[in-house]
Design a protein around this ligand. Structure first.
Ligand code: ASP
Length: 307
């Protein structure tokens, strides 16, 4: 389909695979000018964190959480520390994790968890719930996770970005969400996605990231998918699940499934964004219909970083 850039890697001989994204909106100059690190350093460090887990025989869930944690701590990406701000200048963070055995955990409008991805994992592992709204600092601490005060997330760079969007100097629809998908040596898949949402979104707005099947989905024997883009379209098109359903019911490959989903669910809605996916066999796909998408994966010979 025209307008979609798609990269595909065949299953690796290692028996595991990992791919991550740092959003489909492209470089945010006002952030990179002020921060010391670079996008490619951040993506590389995050890949290495997850790859180390998988290379040691660790689980896909541990790997995607380790990867996303790094990206959440890097202020360049719209998740964790560098979360995009709401119209009121507050940060409301969303995150989701899902394992291929069908379990999922998610949080929305979170303000006190330093690493929302770990809080989402606690929902999966320690509660009967799937989605928790605005977990309190007490609950985060009870889970043994690091708490922060909300000002941890309101960095000067993001405040400046919000002002420029509100003054009409900058387009608001930048997609900086982060995510990772993996298959481990035991053939188990997992997905994790984390975001601050859309710049200048209204307080209380929740996008696709913490919605199982929309921004995040995993199913053993099929694959794992993490999305970034205009969240409302990804929810309405149930995009991550639609990709998995095409693989499962149509018997097509991941790349064909993704182009089919983009054509059927995103293009008609005029939505831009991107997806990463790993198949149960370890095949990798990165696809986006936005001008750019941050991503990192191994192509069998070297680490490939898209910036
Ligand atoms: N999908 C996210 C949301 O709608 C935004 C993004 O990907 O940057 O909240």
């Amino acid at each position: 389909m025209s307008g979609v850039q798609l990269y595909e890697v065949a299953p690796a001989s290692t028996g595991w695979a990992l791919v991550l994204h740092g959003g489909a909106g492209g470089r945010v100059e006002e952030l990179s000018l002020e921060e010391a690190g670079t996008y490619s350093e951040g993506l590389t460090a995050a890949y290495q964190a997850g790859a180390a887990v998988l290379a040691a025989g660790g689980s896909a869930l541990d790997a995607v959480c380790a990867t996303v944690e790094r990206l959440e701590d890097d202020p360049l990406f719209n998740a964790g520390r560098g979360a995009a701000l709401t119209s009121e200048g507050t940060a409301e963070l969303d995150a989701c994790v899902m394992t291929g055995d069908g379990r999922a955990g998610a949080i929305a409008a979170s303000q006190f968890a330093r690493n929302p991805v770990h809080a989402a994992r606690k929902v999966l592992e320690e509660t009967p719930a799937v989605l928790l709204i605005a977990p309190t600092a007490g609950r985060i601490a009870d889970w043994g996770l690091r708490t922060v005060t909300p000002d941890h997330f309101t960095t000067p760079a993001r405040q400046q970005q919000l002002r420029r969007v509100q003054e009409g100097l900058l387009a608001g629809s930048r997609h900086g969400t982060v995510g990772a998908v993996a298959v481990d040596v035991h053939g188990r898949v997992a997905a994790a996605t984390s975001t601050g949402g859309m710049v200048n979104q209204s307080e209380g707005r929740v996008g696709d990231t913490p919605v199982v099947g929309a921004g995040t989905y995993a199913r053993d024997g099929v694959g794992a998918i993490s999305c970034t883009g205009e969240g409302e379209a990804f929810i309405q098109g149930v995009v991550a699940h639609d990709v998995a359903a095409r693989v499962r019911y149509l018997g097509v490959g991941l790349a064909e499934a993704i182009t089919g989903t983009v054509a059927a669910e995103l293009a008609p809605r005029g939505a831009t964004g991107g997806l990463i996916a790993v198949g149960a066999d370890g095949a990798i796909v990165v696809a986006h219909n936005s001008p750019a998408m941050f991503a990192a994966y191994h192509d069998g010979e070297r680490l490939v970083v898209h910036t």
